[in-house]
Design a protein. Sequence first.
Lengths: 339, 339
Amino acid sequence: MSRSKMADVARAAGVSKMTVSRALREGSVIAPATRQRILAVVERLGYAPEEAARNLSSRRSGFVAALVPSLNNPQFAETVRALTETVEGSGLQVLIGHTNYEAAREERLVGEFLRRRPEALVVTVDGHSAATRRMLAAADVPVVEMWDWPTRPVRHVVGFSNKDAARDLTRHLIERGYRRIAFVGETESDGTRGAKRRDGYAAAIRRSGLGPPRIHNHAPPPISMLQGRDALREVLRQWPDVDAVMCVSDPCAFGVLTQAQAQGIDVPGRLAVAGFGDFEVSRCCLPALTTVVVDAAEIGRRAGLLVASLRGRGNEGAVRKQELIRIPVRVEPRGSTGG
Amino acid sequence: MSRSKMADVARAAGVSKMTVSRALREGSVIAPATRQRILAVVERLGYAPEEAARNLSSRRSGFVAALVPSLNNPQFAETVRALTETVEGSGLQVLIGHTNYEAAREERLVGEFLRRRPEALVVTVDGHSAATRRMLAAADVPVVEMWDWPTRPVRHVVGFSNKDAARDLTRHLIERGYRRIAFVGETESDGTRGAKRRDGYAAAIRRSGLGPPRIHNHAPPPISMLQGRDALREVLRQWPDVDAVMCVSDPCAFGVLTQAQAQGIDVPGRLAVAGFGDFEVSRCCLPALTTVVVDAAEIGRRAGLLVASLRGRGNEGAVRKQELIRIPVRVEPRGSTGG
DNA sequence: TATCCATATGTTACCGGTAACATAACAAGC
DNA sequence: GCTTGTTATGTTACCGGTAACATATGGATA
């Protein structure tokens, strides 16, 4: 016995396919009694509509495509969670992809996702390739860039300036009295969020006349906790007099912290440590890590609301509009910088 | 100018739609010269096939649906990553959903995903509702359960026994000389992986004649690092003489560890701590946390290979077959238990 | 009672591809 | 030269829904 289809339901209920179609969609004109009768038949036959047919016919996929660098990152995971839960109220599903921080992989995924005719495409700003930028600009669906403030936005943006935030964090360290501040960043980064943070650090150092920036680009993103441990060793070898280490992200900073403790280096007494992103580990560890607090869920929520608002009747107009939503972030001083 | 479709390409290339369709699929009979000509036209027109139409007509969605309790969990994220990268070699995309550890949400998502006619459904064993079990059993696509060893498998399984692993870990603590071992677990858990771990702990304690198990069910899953801190306070209040705390998961254990350190309790001198899952934080922290090492990526990879192998021509036969793949796990003694 | 309108349902023609079968063209075998 | 087989392409009929328009039905209104 094959899966039943709409025509089967229609026959069993003594109505036309179209009436069944109406019974299944909220907000269509149909007599309540008829709807009840049809829903009973649907239940009895275990009928479930075929989404592919619905998509083709109605020209709406019910998908939102989202691309993040990595799923194995609590911040992006939180953004995706919030995005998903926000849009599912509008009957949308989120198709998630991860780029692994690779521009080529991102390019391929953007292409594949666009074939699915998503109702919107949400991407993480992270050094797109030229081809990716072209596809995004030419896409006939709304595009939302998130997690940074792009120099030249494709369309909508939900983000903040990583550069400014890193600059503020660096200034905080300087105000606290630290003078020989090193930065642990990522290699192979160009136009990425990590690069922006590094730029913010460098700008603040130069502006303060503290000599040349001490930048150690340790590994390709993402830098893990254990890599953070290695990074501190190399930083100490290169600049033995360093009195503060600022990291491109919290996991890296946690590694730096534990490595310092393993070597008997007092934090923050002899060495300050700061991260970026406000991962849970940073709140929980001893001392807690000074960081830039980013409300990852808020980014996902705002992106979701934006996407939901774009899929109305006024689609054609809305697609062309541009919304730029700035998410507030802040430096949170904690124990690791003398909190 | 509207998006071009296959008929447009066919006209421009002077062939039929069908020939264009063949040119676009690997392994179909077509003259190389014709294919080249058609691909050039495809390129020129920027043609991209509509997946929805392809799905409807060919009856294959190109989707694998995967359900995990949470994305904000490095272990599940890693499984999903490995699953995704394994199946994309077969031209499949993974549709990811998160249940938030809620059976009702899982039930809804399974229903929604099945409407998309995925080529396989991968779910995390975690106390399914009765309705969910019914849908899974009745599904006309392959179903893979992962991350535990279900008592009564629906179809395929890629997992390990959480109960056995927790029992082994408890025995390890007993061998190390700990006698007053408490367990921090989850509330509202029935048939979940957390409950299995608790059962394994309780079984080992009873078997060893160490008196009644000391179980503190702290909060609904997932238990966060910060909740782990609270949990230790409550454990100490309830059983002041406790000499070891075993946790349902690593993040919880990390919280317990930091809370102990914050209170000046020596780990492992006065208190041992153990987790479950081998999260990176457990390797990196001081002392490193004894835990059960689970190769999350391997689970995703094996599930992916299974799914890919199931979508051949012999579909009908394969769907009914049952593969049970056991993933090896092991207790890894580290500093937090005197390791 | 005739007209009009609102409500409820039916009819038709697709959406954009692919499966399955049909056909054309040409080389090989006898 | 005729059959047979192989390769390359075309034709037809859907896949399972929904948009758009047509139609039937039954008050309310004049």
